[in-house]
Design a protein around this ligand. Structure first.
Ligand code: FEO
Ligand code: CA
Ligand code: CA
Length: 639
């Protein structure tokens, strides 16, 4: 036996070196999951050189980065990074300009009233204008006609109802206005003298609101849990709301994601106890201030307990056919849908990646049963397929686990599509730090997802009681800053069940922290940010990152300024700040014109906390969510 209190030379001829002896006396702490993850992030550059970080099992021959790609990639970032700020405007690098395309309250038809600064509109006027809280968007082009589809996620009582003393909805018309400010807006836009604006009275202009009839498609259509007093067949819902991110299909339809749908339901019967299914989805006795149940009893779940089962889906709309019926796609599951990223796999099956934005909830994939064919009727592809949830392992590998009656023990596919969170819990899927947008890389080989933050990580389980401890891609307790995970499907096949993963970035504040909350090595005092949320690849392969975070610019967020948009280079890990939004806004929603000379960006709820924002129209004006267009002064392409 070696005397652990003695130096090697005192240990009676031991052959231990000083290092070994020192290690024995003061054992190094076990390498933690966090350190392994950091090591993987740091070794990203090793991956570029030799493909180490992704793990040999998943390494795809032929997909290595060319030796000169790093230099090429840096040249693609053709702008001067800007500093964080707290100004009440949009700030861009030199050589770029912006203008407003569409604001909350802008009329879609010539008979629509212009925005009234005093009343902020009426129920009737709101039905004829762009909705509030701009979020996910896409621009559909057919020849020289361009249709902007944009989500209207929610409303802020302090802004939309500021004409009331209480700053709350009071009169019946206030509720009509509120419901009409939600949903989806479709507006044809055109460019004149370099500026985009709404084409009033275009046949493509359309509003879909919380009162628009919507077909229910897929496995849950007609299921007993979907039947209500207003719809005994369970086949047609009324309205869509809290439309967050979105997506689009190869066949030209728009996809809109219902996120915090639960916040609109309440119970008039104080003794009504929400069942566990309701609790898992956050359906509680009080709504989040919308008070819709006071005028529309379907939002009173103590009277209509199946109504909440008809929200929390992805809605598909054909933007080029304004009389077509929108459809709720129950096959894509029910949860707090953030966005959808659709990719056609090599074998032509359609794969959809989706996040459930709630602390400790899951990341999902859907694989269609049938195959995509150009010109065919592809509607069935999002009605019939298999849902999967992601399981990440500490060894940088991951697996998609199928959610079927056989694997979950649930009674039917319909129930899996309605209570999708239960199904993923039954399979032991990995609890995530609030999955927001998912984006597939331009070369289609990699998938990225923003994990925005999670104050509960390491502190408590999710609502279903699933393990809330730190895990591979979610390595930090109480995570205030967020991270971006990326993975590569085995063999480049998006239908494969195996993948290799690593973190692209751990956001943090290196001015304050020196360890895990400093972030990964591609975060500096110059580019730091928190709460990555919106995410999209441009056609050059650069990753645009939008934030929805703490904009206090104080404490551990000091130096980060307002919410913003940054550009990441997947090849090098470099991240540069491209844009800073106005005060108290979230930057969310991004799309490009077909010629790539305009980038459309959503500025959501400037001045949401009554802060001194008058974006975009300046002093004295009501702050309004807006779609802005960003262009290059030299007329070049931007992504
Ligand atoms: Fe609507 Fe999770 O953002
Ligand atoms: Ca979001
Ligand atoms: Ca968010």
């Amino acid at each position: 036996m070696i005397n652990k209190d003695a130096a090697p030379q005192e240990s009676g001829g031991s052959e231990l070196s000083f290092d070994e002896f020192d290690e024995m006396r003061t054992p190094a702490p076990e390498v933690t999951g966090f350190e392994r993850v950091v090591a993987a992030v740091v070794s990203r550059r090793g991956f570029l050189a030799g493909g180490m970080a992704w793990g040999s099992a998943a390494f795809v021959a032929g997909s290595t980065v060319p030796p000169n790609r790093r230099a090429q990639a840096n040249e693609r970032l053709e702008f001067e990074a800007i500093a964080a700020n707290t100004q009440d405007t949009v700030t861009l690098p030199p050589g770029f300009s912006w203008h407003t395309v569409a604001r909350w309250g802008d009329p879609l038809w010539a008979d629509g009233a212009e925005f009234d600064q005093a009343t902020r509109g009426t129920g009737e006027s709101q039905e004829r204008v762009i909705g509030d809280n701009i979020d996910g968007m896409y621009v559909f082009s057919r020849g020289d006609r361009h249709v902007l589809a944009v989500n209207n996620e929610y409303t802020n009582n302090d802004i939309i109802h500021a004409n009331r003393q209480s700053k709350k909805p009071e009169a019946p018309d206030d509720f009509r206005k509120s419901k009409a400010a939600h949903g989806i807006s479709f507006a044809e836009i055109s460019q004149r003298e370099g500026k985009w604006s709404i084409v009033k009275d275009s046949p493509y202009n359309r509003r879909i609101t919380a009162d628009t009839p919507i077909e229910i498609s897929g496995p849950a259509r007609g299921h007993r849990l979907m039947k209500t007093a207003a719809d005994p067949a369970g086949t047609s819902a009324l309205g869509t709301w809290n439309n967050c991110g979105g997506g689009h299909t190869p066949w030209g339809t728009y996809l809109s994601c219902e996120e915090n749908f639960n916040g609109y339901f309440s119970a008039s019967d104080a003794t009504f106890e929400p069942n566990p299914d309701m609790k898992r989805y956050g359906i509680g006795a009080k709504d989040w201030g919308y008070r819709w149940a006071t005028v529309d009893e379907r939002f009173d779940f103590s009277r209509h307990p199946n109504e909440p089962n008809r929200a929390g889906y992805v809605v598909e709309v054909d933007p080029m056919n304004p009389s077509s019926a929108p459809r709720k796609l129950t096959a894509l599951g029910r949860f707090k849908h953030e966005n959808v990223e659709v990719v056609v796999a090599a074998n032509s099956q359609v794969v959809v990646y989706m996040g459930d934005d709630e602390r400790g909830e899951f990341l999902y994939r859907y694989v269609s049963r049938g195959s995509y064919a150009v010109g065919a009727d592809n509607a069935i592809l999002l009605e019939d397929g298999t849902l999967y949830a992601a399981k990440f392992s500490e060894n940088m590998r991951g697996e998609w686990v199928a959610l079927t009656p056989e694997t979950t023990g649930m009674a039917s596919l319909a129930e899996i599509c309605i209570h999708t969170r239960h199904a993923a819990s039954a399979r032991g899927a990995t609890t995530m730090d609030r999955p927001e947008w998912v984006a597939v890389s331009a070369d289609r080989n990699e998938v990225y997802c923003c994990l925005t933050n999670n104050k509960d990580r390491g502190k408590k389980p999710n609502r279903g009681g699933d393990d809330g401890r730190t895990n591979g891609p979610n390595p930090r307790v109480g995570n205030p800053f967020g991270q971006i995970v990326r993975w590569r499907p085995d063999n480049g096949d998006h239908t494969a069940n195996g993948f290799a993963w690593e973190l692209f970035v751990l956001a943090g504040n290196p001015a304050i922290y020196s360890y895990e909350f400093a972030g990964s090595d591609n975060v500096t005092e110059q580019n730091m940010f928190n709460s990555p949320d919106g995410l999209a690849f441009d056609s050059n392969g650069l990753l645009w990152i939008q934030t929805d975070g703490n904009y206090s610019n104080k404490g551990e967020f000091a130096g980060m300024g307002n919410n913003q948009m940054l550009v990441g280079d997947p090849a090098t890990g470099e991240i540069r700040r491209f844009m800073v939004g106005p005060r108290q806004c979230e930057v969310t929603g991004i799309a490009w014109s077909s010629d790539k000379k305009t980038m459309f960006v959503g500025i959501q709820h400037p001045g949401e906390r009554g802060g001194d924002s008058h974006f975009p129209d300046g002093p004295q004006s009501v702050p309004r969510s807006a779609v802005i267009a960003v262009t290059r002064d030299d007329g070049g392409t931007i992504g």
